[in-house]
Ligand binder design. Structure first.
Ligand SMILES: [Fe+2]
Ligand SMILES: [Fe+2]
Length: 395
């Protein structure tokens, strides 16, 4: 459902001072997000998280409490109940690495060195920015690229903290015993990921941004949901699937050797995490749920995808340095058209959307909604489970 025209393109809003207009536009964006939800079950489960994340902006505080509502599932017969997860567990034990010794932290990193760019200059369309009356010299361009890299890595870091907490919950809540063994290795993996991203941001880039309100909403939604499979779906398939694409894109874009090696190690773990989610959910969503329950998951996944597709627009950067120079709508357009961001979006959804199909959450009833938001091209591509490990790390 779209926001009524009288709110979205109101001439009175256009006449407001930029600062006030920006606040009104942010509020309208948030209302718009809520209005896209068509499923009452999804509204009930995501509504409180959207309130905390989007309207109260609780992610901008230093700490946050998310109340968990799931049960820890014990099994005193210690069954061997999932051979594929058991193999994944063995593989995860073999491939543990140590960020303090396997990465060369003595590597000097200079975000302003144009010979070893954090990300390429082609990431941003400087002419488009010029069209809004903002022209950057070389130094300012480097500064912008440093800020946008720091912003992206900060979101990776916050997502990793979400993954650390969620994988701990998944380990408790899953009824699959081999899933608990494997889940414990993922908790360790995620701790390492938090450690290395945090260390890189603090010691090399010296800049960290708040968690994006949309990302906070997603994490809050899956952490507070009482159903174990929603945690798998939200974290293992959606957030991790997106992260895998984002890390791979950043890996290809950066020339900075320490960041490149850090990402290589993290990517190797993340491919396993997505695979774990597919193994857990495929049998459940293909016959293990009532049709009403399956539909709720299908709609929930679409809303999360939409939240990530349309709203991941780096408003933290906008508020930091652009709110007085251009409107929020102009910023959204600039971000949407940014070549680097378009590439990120393409790579991220290329695997994520087919993975939803693979677990049975892309039935014909929902396809038109994916097509409407420009994600129709990804529907028939191969899912992670249909690719070899080599393809996955190259993806
Ligand atoms: Fe991770
Ligand atoms: Fe992960």
């Amino acid at each position: 459902m779209q926001l009524p025209k009288f709110l979205d393109n109101n001439p009175l809003v256009n006449r407001l001072p930029t600062e006030v207009k920006t606040k009104v536009e942010a509020w309208m964006d948030n209302v718009n997000t809520i209005l896209t939800i068509e499923n009452m079950g999804v509204l009930k489960s995501m509504g409180p998280s959207a309130m905390r994340g989007l309207f109260l902006q609780m992610g901008r505080r230093q700490t946050a409490e998310m109340k968990s509502n799931h049960s820890a599932h014990f099994n005193f017969s210690y069954p061997s109940d999932n051979g594929a997860m058991k193999s994944l567990y063995e593989k995860a034990k073999r491939l543990q690495w140590n960020g303090s010794v396997d990465l060369d932290w003595s590597t000097p990193v200079d975000p302003f060195n144009r010979n070893i760019p954090l990300i390429g200059e082609g990431f941003v369309d400087w002419n488009l920015l010029g069209g809004f009356g903002i022209r950057f010299n070389e130094r300012e361009q480097s500064e912008f690229l440093w800020r946008i890299t720091s912003w992206m890595l900060s979101q990776f870091l916050h997502g990793e903290q979400g993954a650390l907490m969620a994988s701990a919950q998944v380990t408790e809540a899953t009824p699959i015993f081999d899933g608990k063994y494997y889940g414990a290795t993922q908790v360790m993996d995620e701790a390492r990921h938090v450690e290395v991203f945090s260390r890189y941001l603090d010691s090399k880039l010296e800049r960290r941004y708040d968690i994006n309100d949309n990302l906070f909403t997603i994490i809050d939604g899956l952490m507070t949901d009482s159903r174990w499979d929603m945690k798998f779906l939200g974290m293992q398939i959606l957030v991790e699937g997106l992260a895998l694409g984002a890390f791979g894109t950043m890996y290809k874009m950066t020339s900075e050797p320490l960041l490149k090696e850090l990402l290589r190690l993290v990517i190797q773990d993340e491919a396993r995490h997505v695979h774990f989610g597919l193994l857990a959910l495929k049998p459940l969503y293909n016959g293990g749920l009532s049709e009403k329950e399956r539909i709720e998951r299908e709609d929930w996944a679409f809303e999360i995808v939409l939240l990530m597709r349309n709203r991941f627009l780096a408003h933290e950067l906008y508020e930091e340095g652009f709110a007085h120079r251009m409107s929020r709508r102009e910023w959204n357009f600039f971000m949407d058209e940014m070549p680097g961001m378009s590439m990120f979006r393409r790579v991220m959804f290329k695997r994520l959307v087919p993975n939803l199909r693979a677990i049975g959450l892309l039935s014909p009833r929902i396809l038109h909604r994916y097509e409407q938001v420009g994600l129709g091209d990804f529907i028939h591509l191969p899912a992670s489970s249909e690719l070899s490990d080599r393809d996955l790390s190259a993806a």
